[in-house]
Design a protein. Structure first.
Length: 628
């Protein structure tokens, strides 16, 4: 369904961009006027809820089996979070956005081009790219990692809603609708990023070649060339090569920022970066308080900037969320949330502070090319043109942007392939290529409907298409909490609290203050744990892995292998002999259903009454109060 809808949209946009533009403009105006509050609410609520979750008792729950260590070292994990935090937008908006706020500050704030405006500009940029953005990624990534690696379900957005919607609805219409919303949000969010890359590369072409005008035809041609490169990479299967290119790209991006820091106003940057970060932290509540209630000018500013960014992060959250979920297995919820929110934000504060403050400094100094009417794609190359010994840098920037385009299209297409194949970790190449082509087609349509301002077309559709998934993100909060309340870690704590509380009450009742605690066997129904049935479904179903259809997956205790070939180390399903799959489906392996409780942690346990993660007990056992 998602494929049909998006292909129809691309065909419509190519055949009649004017009509699409009219509809998109009307939808954009209605959305920003009536639903801007929704995006602001989602951004604020998600950040507040996740910080509370990280510091609560739920923060100790691992994103994996009990006792499982993180799959990646802390250094590697941090490095990959950095990679996720850097993308096309860094080079496009890094220098342009702070300069735009310096020249035209948000309404009712500070005087344009003043010292206060300089600090406010960086704080406003940090607000859009910092904690709130990464909290949205952390919500989706954390929930997906939990249901995938803790509960043993398929890595699908719909898997999060098993307890909220019920198994039948999750596997039926409601679950498919959630996955469709995730696909559409990812499509338009990533397409916007690809369009921005084309805009920036096009500006680089004008700088290097001396061409004076950048037309939509040139932009469409750039997207076409890069799409061919993406298809070749997808067909060739050079996944490892793409990962290497991604790592090289991150190094080059950090190198570009480092060159700007060294060749630019270094002393000025050393002074303003700490001040800007403190300005952001100090004005955070004031920034969150702004809405359309402040007047029409503020509503227009929010539509152009803040609401657009919240919509963009919401659109990217399924894509980036699944990526960071995949690299975070074995970490606790607390480590995951705090790491994902604060580590990439810190890197972006330095990168954006360096590029943005350099652009502002050059504008104040009257450097050649800087004016108050610069288009965003022009700022970066104008900045580079004013750096000494940096004539070679525009070519490097264009190479970096091209690789970002290819790797982003490749990765996002794989994620959408996973969503459309019901959780397959290795979707067919034809499906991946299909989504990549559709994504490029949407980027072309976005540029075409933008008319004189290509960026306007990119922004309008991102905001409109992010609305359904904004509602989904609120539902994710409720669904994840429903899952966490029945997690074995929480149930064990409740079990222990009830047992000890009962024992203490009995001891005080019988012996006053002179009693001790001793574990002894009691008659059934009279022990400290009598109020808890450790064999009930809430305790035991967690140990059962299920496939994408929600059916139990058999486990061979002699070989230690799952019937569907699932590898707990890689998180992927290996190809297994047909007979083994048939046996699992027919249930002939009696040991997989009778000799032990099937654990998600891949290790068999005796089929006794077991508080999850604890020692086998009998409901008649107790921590009993006895006289000292």
């Amino acid at each position: 369904m998602a494929g049909t809808l998006t292909v129809a949209f691309v065909v419509w946009g190519v055949l009649s961009p004017s009509s699409v533009s009219e509809v998109a403009s009307a939808a954009f105006s209605w959305t920003t006027a009536n639903l801007g509050w929704l995006f602001n609410a989602v951004a604020t609520v998600v950040l507040a809820v996740l910080l509370w979750l990280a510091l609560s008792r739920y923060g100790k729950i691992p994103l994996g089996k009990d006792g499982e260590t993180p799959e990646f070292s802390t250094f590697s994990w941090v490095a990959m979070l950095f990679a996720a935090g850097l993308g096309i937008g860094v080079l496009f908006w890094g220098p342009a956005e702070p300069l735009a706020y310096f020249v035209n500050p948000p309404p009712r704030t500070v005087e344009a081009e003043s010292v206060e405006a300089m600090h406010q500009a960086l704080a406003q940029t940090y607000y859009h790219w910092g904690f709130h953005a990464w909290a949205m990624y952390a919500l989706v990534g954390g929930a997906v990692a939990y249901v995938g690696y803790r509960r043993g379900r398929a890595l699908l957005m719909s898997s999060i809603f098993r307890h909220l919607f019920g198994k039948r609805q999750t596997e039926g219409f409601a679950g498919k609708l959630v996955d469709i919303f995730a696909i559409i949000a990812t499509l338009f969010g990533t397409a916007a990023a690809l369009g921005i890359a084309a805009l920036q590369i096009g500006q680089g072409v004008t700088v290097v070649s001396g061409v004076s005008e950048l037309t939509n035809t040139v932009l469409v041609g750039i997207i076409g060339v890069l799409t061919i490169c993406f298809v070749l990479s997808a067909v060739s299967g050079v996944a490892r090569g793409i990962r290497y290119l991604s790592n090289i790209n991150i190094i080059l991006t950090l190198g570009i920022v480092g060159v700007m820091f060294i060749l630019g106003p270094t002393l000025f940057l050393l002074n303003i970066l700490p001040s800007a970060i403190m300005e952001y932290v100090g004005s955070l509540f004031d920034l969150m308080a702004r809405s359309a209630s402040w007047g029409e000018e503020t509503r227009e500013f929010q539509s152009t900037w803040t609401v657009y960014y919240w919509a963009w992060w919401i659109s990217w959250s399924p894509f980036v969320g699944i990526f960071i979920a995949r690299i975070s297995r074995g970490r606790t919820i607390r480590q995951f949330i705090l790491g994902v929110i604060f580590i990439p934000s810190a890197l972006l504060f330095v990168a954006y502070g360096t590029m943005g403050a350099t652009a502002i400094w050059m504008y104040r100094e009257g450097r050649p090319g800087f004016s108050d009417s610069m288009a965003p794609p022009e700022v970066l190359f104008t900045l580079v043109d004013n750096l000494p010994f940096a004539e070679w840098l525009p070519l490097v920037i264009m190479v970096v942007l091209a690789i970002f385009f290819i790797t982003s299209a490749d990765s996002a297409s794989v994620v959408m392939g996973i969503l459309t194949t019901r959780g397959s970790q290795d979707p067919p190449k034809v499906v991946v290529i299909f989504w990549g082509l559709v994504m490029s087609g949407i980027a072309v349509v976005m540029l075409l409907i933008g008319s004189t301002s290509a960026l306007a077309g990119l922004q309008s559709l991102v905001i409109v298409t992010a609305v359904p998934f904004a509602v989904v993100m609120i539902l994710i909060i409720f669904a994840w909490f429903r899952e966490l309340r029945s997690d074995p870690y929480i149930l064990r704590a409740q079990y222990a609290q009830i047992a000890v509380s009962n024992a203490v009450r009995e001891g005080v009742h019988k012996y006053g203050d002179d009693f001790g605690l001793q574990v002894v066997e009691t008659d059934p129904g009279r022990g400290a744990g009598a109020e808890t049935d450790s064999e009930c479904q809430e305790y035991t179903e967690w140990y059962q892995r299920t496939n994408a259809e929600g059916e139990p997956v058999g486990f061979d205790y002699e070989t230690g292998e799952w019937a569907d070939g699932w590898d707990p180390v890689t998180g992927q399903i290996r190809i297994v002999p047909a007979q083994a799959t048939e046996d699992a489906e027919t249930g002939e392996d009696e040991r997989s259903t009778t000799e032990g409780v099937r654990r998600h942690d891949d290790s068999p346990q005796p089929a006794t009454s077991v508080p999850p993660g604890g020692a086998p007990v009998n409901d008649g056992g107790a921590v009993k109060g006895t006289r000292r």
